[in-house]
Design a protein around this ligand. Structure first.
Ligand code: PGA
Length: 247
């Protein structure tokens, strides 16, 4: 199975910076690429990214999607709106949304459901905080977070992507060791297998300070099917190195 390398730009970018980044990225991939590549960008830039990446190996998506289909939800962006701009992916349940926007497991599950209903693949983020890991609760936490999504989208669970992102590793420069990440990925793999009748393998990405230096070792683990990359995805050269490590 091809690995998926997805950039999460978070709240970074400008029309000028995005264009330079995407031109460098598409140019760097022109000679061929053996992984699936995505960028998840701030919603106002979706039209720009669609214009610049159509016909390239780079697919694009959003960093969030509304849990509602349509209606009086000021500020929200629906899955069908994302579909209008060619989005292939939507991150749901990123820890920054759980932490700063009060998203519960149930809200995250409804977001995944909305994305799937519009043919958009949700990248479902799960991950424990440092305190939860210290208490030995990592497995309980990530399984609870994933179970909420499985409960709602069980019939099409093979259509999702999961991202294991330990909260303590996000944006901190502290990466989970390949062994720590693999151990959690194996837990999630078993949970997905038990939930799905399909033989299709669900991709499980690792995220949290993945960079050009540590990507190869993480991606070599048997249950790590790609990466969700924050800050390193804003530097075309480094993002290309990570993509190369996945190929
Ligand atoms: P980071 O972010 O690579 O900057 O740690 C990853 C993420 O939050 O998706």
């Amino acid at each position: 199975m091809r690995k998926l390398i997805a950039g999460n730009w978070k709240m970074h970018g400008s029309l000028a910076d995005n264009e330079a980044l995407l031109r460098a990225l598409c140019g760097g991939l022109a000679a061929g690429v053996h992984a699936d590549v995505a960028v998840c960008v701030p919603a106002p830039y979706l039209a720009q990214v669609q214009a610049l990446c159509t016909g390239s190996p780079v697919t694009w998506g959003a960093q969030d999607v509304s849990a509602h289909e349509a209606g009086p939800y000021t500020g929200e962006v629906s899955a069908s709106m994302l579909r209008d701009f060619g989005c292939r992916w939507a991150i749901v349940g990123h820890s920054e949304r759980r932490q700063y926007h009060g998203e519960t497991d149930e809200i995250v599950a409804r977001k995944a459901q909305q994305a799937l209903a519009c043919g958009i693949t949700p990248i479902v983020c799960v991950g424990e905080t440092e305190a939860e890991r210290a208490q030995g609760d990592t497995e309980i936490v990530v399984k609870r977070q994933l179970a909420a999504v499985i409960h709602v989208v069980r019939h099409c669970i093979s259509e999702i992507v999961v991202a294991y992102e330990p909260v303590w590793a996000i944006g901190t420069g502290r990466t989970a060791t390949p062994e720590q990440a693999q151990a959690v990925h194996a837990v999630l793999r078993a949970q997905l297998r038990a939930a799905s009748a399909s033989e299709r393998r669900v991709r499980i990405l690792y995220g949290g300070s993945m960079n050009a230096g540590n990507a190869a070792a993480l991606l070599a683990q048997p249950d790590i099917d790609g990466g969700l990359i924050g800050s390193a995805s804003l530097r075309a050269h480094e993002f290309l190195q990570i993509i190369a490590a996945a190929s």
